[in-house]
Design a protein around this ligand. Structure first.
Ligand SMILES: NC(=O)c1ccc[n+]([C@@H]2O[C@H](COP(=O)([O-])OP(=O)(O)OC[C@H]3O[C@@H](n4cnc5c(N)ncnc54)[C@H](OP(=O)(O)O)[C@@H]3O)[C@@H](O)[C@H]2O)c1
Length: 279
């Protein structure tokens, strides 16, 4: 069975509609600032897709396209966004130039505007099982599993990848839901012996068709976070054709995790406005 992202995303968007309506009626337009440093085609396309969705639901989305030379420049931009009362949420679009280290800047952003869940405050919340804002892609994985009724408690979960925005937060989110979690990365030996044990396998390595048939357990659930370009086509980390008849559920690429990530971003923006109103 394909775990399609669209119904999950639509359900999240629908839930936000009445909240946004109320905000607009009260004269508040939820507004996200997207700091975009690269003007390459995928970055612009991703920004435009977010903007279209956000505007459809009555929110404002604008790009800060200033050229950032270094980490200090990004810190300054985040400081400005934190102080600007018209901005409710901030997204730092990746990739960033090599001279900018996003991790070193995150303490500057107000945790209430950190809708990507990457500031130390929000990471500490995640760490202590008091999730507040969590990284959107990681949250999208959990939303997908919950929507399709996949039990997480006591299941063996294997995560491929340990990035700060996907693999690491997901590890904690699964632990918070009482799963037993193993994380693999580029130094892990004999990965297939580990992935074969997974009831739920999440792949976020960024390598096209990395997960093959001999790596998955029969009847398992596969979440493919990967978005890789291969011969001009968008493909996942999982070799869908090889594994689809072995596993019980799998997210396609495109059409799986991606749309849910955008919906979670909007959900978090709405939550940021609510926090602001009730402050
Ligand atoms: N669907 C969405 O909404 C969404 C959102 C974000 C990202 N993505 C996609 O998800 C993928 C991962 O993104 P990311 O930002 O997490 O990437 P990343 O920061 O590059 O991290 C990749 C991780 O995979 C590990 N890895 C790389 N090659 C490996 C290999 N051959 N064997 C085992 N582990 C390997 C790396 O290990 P080391 O730590 O040892 O280097 C690292 O932990 C990309 O395709 C990206 O485009 C999708």
């Amino acid at each position: 069975m394909d775990l399609l992202g669209k119904p999950v995303a639509d359900a999240i968007f629908e839930k936000q509609k009445p909240k946004i309506k109320e905000m607009l009626a009260g004269g508040v337009v939820p507004k996200i600032a997207v700091i975009r440093t690269m003007n390459d085609e995928p970055s612009v396309r991703y920004f435009n897709s977010i903007k279209k969705k956000f505007e459809k639901y009555g929110c404002e989305c604008y790009a800060i396209t200033k050229e950032l030379q270094n980490t200090y420049d990004l810190k300054e931009e985040l400081r400005r966004c934190s102080e600007d009362d018209s901005i409710h949420g901030v997204l730092v679009q990746r990739p960033l130039p090599k001279t900018v280290n996003v991790v070193d800047t995150l303490g500057v952003l107000s945790p209430q505007k950190d809708i990507e869940g990457l500031t130390p405050y929000n990471l500490a919340k995640l760490f202590t099982n008091k999730e507040f804002f969590t990284p959107c892609t990681a949250e999208a994985v959990i939303e997908l599993l919950e929507y399709y009724g996949v039990e997480m408690e006591s299941r063996r979960v294997v995560i491929l990848g340990r990035s700060i925005s996907v693999g690491k937060p997901l590890t904690l989110m699964f632990l918070n839901r009482n799963a037993t979690v193993t994380v693999c990365h580029s130094r892990t030996e004999d990965i297939s012996s580990i992935t074969k044990e997974a009831d739920i396998l999440v792949s976020s390595v960024g390598v096209a068709r990395f997960v093959k048939d001999y790596m998955v357990k029969k009847g398992s659930v596969i979440i493919d976070v990967g978005m890789n370009s291969k011969n001009g086509k968008l493909v996942g980390d999982v070799d869908y054709e090889e594994v689809k008849d072995i596993v019980s559920m799998i997210t396609p690429v495109p059409g799986g995790v991606g749309p849910v990530t955008v919906a979670v971003l909007l959900k978090n923006l709405v939550k940021a406005v609510e926090m602001n109103i009730h402050d």
